[in-house]
Design a protein around this ligand. Structure first.
Ligand SMILES: Nc1nc2c(ncn2[C@@H]2O[C@H](COP(=O)(O)OP(=O)(O)O)[C@@H](O)[C@H]2O)c(=O)[nH]1
Ligand SMILES: [Mg+2]
Length: 300
């Protein structure tokens, strides 16, 4: 299924709103630009980026002597596309190592465990030997939840018991991964809204433990963000970016939001690539993120 089919809400919302603007304004003037800026911001494109886009559009309109809103729509779409052109956007998961490690971070409820199950399923189906590590030892029931998914997807799992030290669970998991020739080890971490110090200490410990077994190896560190909380997700992300070596984002619940502009806001404010998007609660509802296809989906 095409990504765009799953993103109906965002698509409809954005296009309909642009169309409404066209009907409301007969010429391009200050109030048209204000409405257009509001539209971008209300779609979670982010205030700073929205302003930048509007400023550039104003200049373009002057240069090209554009006076009708319908002439601006194409310009706007072109601008969004160039701003997010593919060159600087690497959405691939790095799988170049013998035993590849993915750490998954994010606050409770964003969809970490579900996304891990979906990832395991994707890579298992590609023929990789996948091991899950349940290191969310703080939240009651978190380990069991991952266990249920491991059985359903039919992959192996190493997990700690409640309140055991997450880093020691990770040590066990990564050791097993290396010893028994797993291609991919995916680690579920605790999602308490941690104090910065806590988060930093724990993350440091996790990276240290991994580097004891796999010195200097690239560790894919994915931050899971819930797209339905919009701009707040970006604030939430900053704590993790400051303390973990985040290499990519999984943006979940894209099926439930009409504010798909958050993808653009993330690129602009965090400059971390979105690698996967979650588009439902089912095991197959995770898609590799393709920026071009996504922009086409919401703009064309
Ligand atoms: N609609 C929708 N629900 C999702 C998606 N990803 C996760 N969920 C739901 O979000 C809730 C929390 O997910 P969970 O994986 O337990 O979050 P965690 O606390 O971060 O591990 C569950 O009810 C999931 O089914 C998604 O892409 N779309
Ligand atoms: Mg969880």
């Amino acid at each position: 299924m095409a990504i765009s089919d799953k993103l109906d809400k965002t698509k409809r919302s954005f296009k309909e709103k642009v169309a409404l603007l066209l009907n409301k304004f007969s010429k391009v003037d200050e109030s048209y630009f204000e409405s257009l800026e509001d539209l971008l911001i209300s779609n979670d494109v982010g205030a700073k980026l929205s302003l930048k886009i509007i400023d550039e559009l104003k200049d373009d309109c002057k240069i090209n002597k554009i006076t009708f809103p319908n002439q601006i729509t194409d310009l706007l779409f072109d601008k969004l596309k160039t701003l997010y052109s593919k060159q600087e956007y690497d959405s691939q998961i790095n799988l170049s190592n013998k035993t590849n490690i993915i750490l998954v971070f994010g606050v409770n409820g964003v969809g970490k465990t579900t996304s891990i199950a979906k990832l395991a399923n994707i890579y298992k189906n590609k023929g990789l030997k996948v091991l899950l590590v349940g290191a969310d030892t703080f939240r009651m029931g978190a380990i069991e939840q991952l266990d249920v998914w491991a059985k359903r997807v039919n992959v192996d799992i190493v997990s700690g018991h409640d309140n055991s030290d997450p880093s020691s669970v990770i040590y066990d998991g990564v050791s097993k991964g290396v010893k028994e020739g797993y291609d991919l080890v995916i680690v579920d971490t605790a999602g308490r809204l941690q104090t910065k110090d806590n988060l930093m200490n724990e993350a440091n410990k996790m990276y240290r433990v991994i580097s004891k077994i796999l010195p200097e190896q690239y560790v894919e560190s994915l931050l899971v963000l819930d797209s339905t909380i919009g701009q707040n997700g970006i604030y939430q992300a900053k704590a993790f970016l400051d303390n973990c070596n985040i290499t990519g984002i999984i943006l979940t619940k894209m099926d439930g939001t009409s504010k798909g502009g958050i993808v653009l806001g993330i690129k602009d404010q965090l400059n971390i690539p979105v690698k996967y998007i979650g588009v439902g609660e089912g095991i197959n509802d995770l898609m590799e993120f393709d920026l071009d296809e996504y922009l086409k989906g919401i703009l064309d």
